[in-house]
Design a protein around this ligand. Structure first.
Ligand SMILES: [Zn+2]
Length: 230
């Protein structure tokens, strides 16, 4: 979840298309979270499966791609809601950092607060995130950067060959993620964002945030007062 400030919704945007590889930012209904569908040939993986599984099935079918895995930047309900039903339907792994597994069982309390439907886990359980780097699909290498603070097990996904960063709720275009939710830690979040800053991504790196407008590393340096060395 994020601060209500900057609650503007990013338009659906095709980020990158190289040969058969595509990155698409999707705002699944009800729009709020920036989910990402990455496809290569006839396969895809998705990041932060917000919304309903039926809407994702429609996305896969309309693209003619088969789901191979689900990754979550963290365990809040608006980043995982469709995952259990998709795991049941496609029998794919769903990866989340081990330190966020405790959140999964608490999500319905948060959903009640927002009057949203519960997530029915049933016998579905996420798999602990590997350390990486991984080849998630043919031609797509991904690195996993641990960024605790918004949640204990928050991560950022980095695609070096495409210069694309999926920041989850660690950092937004002009502000930080929240640190007042269960397991949140202000000092860890500051450290995580500083570590991202010091990784020295190129200015043209495209950043997809968990909510709101997308940005670039250059825009973060110019407009996000938290994205700096302290
Ligand atoms: Zn969150």
């Amino acid at each position: 979840m994020r601060q209500s400030k900057n609650a503007h919704v990013a338009a659906r945007k095709k980020m990158q298309q190289t040969n058969n590889v595509k990155f698409d930012v999707l705002n699944m209904p009800p729009e709020n979270t920036n989910s990402v569908l990455v496809s290569s040939g006839g396969d895809c993986v998705i990041f932060d499966a917000w919304g309903r599984a039926a809407d994702w099935v429609h996305e896969f079918d309309s693209r003619g791609v088969r789901l191979r895995a689900i990754y979550s930047t963290h365990g809040h309900p608006d980043h995982i809601s469709a995952a259990p039903d998709l795991v049941r339907k496609y029998n794919v792994p769903w990866f989340i950092d081990a330190d966020d597994l405790f959140l999964i069982g608490q999500n319905n309390n948060i959903l009640d607060y927002y009057s949203l439907p519960h997530i029915e886990l049933g016998n579905v359980h996420p798999t602990s995130m590997p350390d990486g780097p991984l080849n998630i699909l043919p031609g797509i290498k991904m690195e996993i950067i641990k960024t605790p603070g918004h949640t204990p097990g928050g991560v950022v996904f980095w695609f070096p060959d495409f210069r694309i960063l999926l920041s989850g709720d660690t950092v937004f275009d002009e502000c930080l993620g929240r640190y007042d939710l269960p397991g949140g830690d202000r000092h860890k979040l500051w450290d995580s964002v500083e570590r991202l800053y010091k990784m020295d991504f190129s200015d043209d790196t495209f950043v997809v945030h968990g909510h709101g407008a997308n940005s670039t590393i250059k825009q973060l340096k110019l407009h996000n007062p938290w994205f700096r060395a302290r």
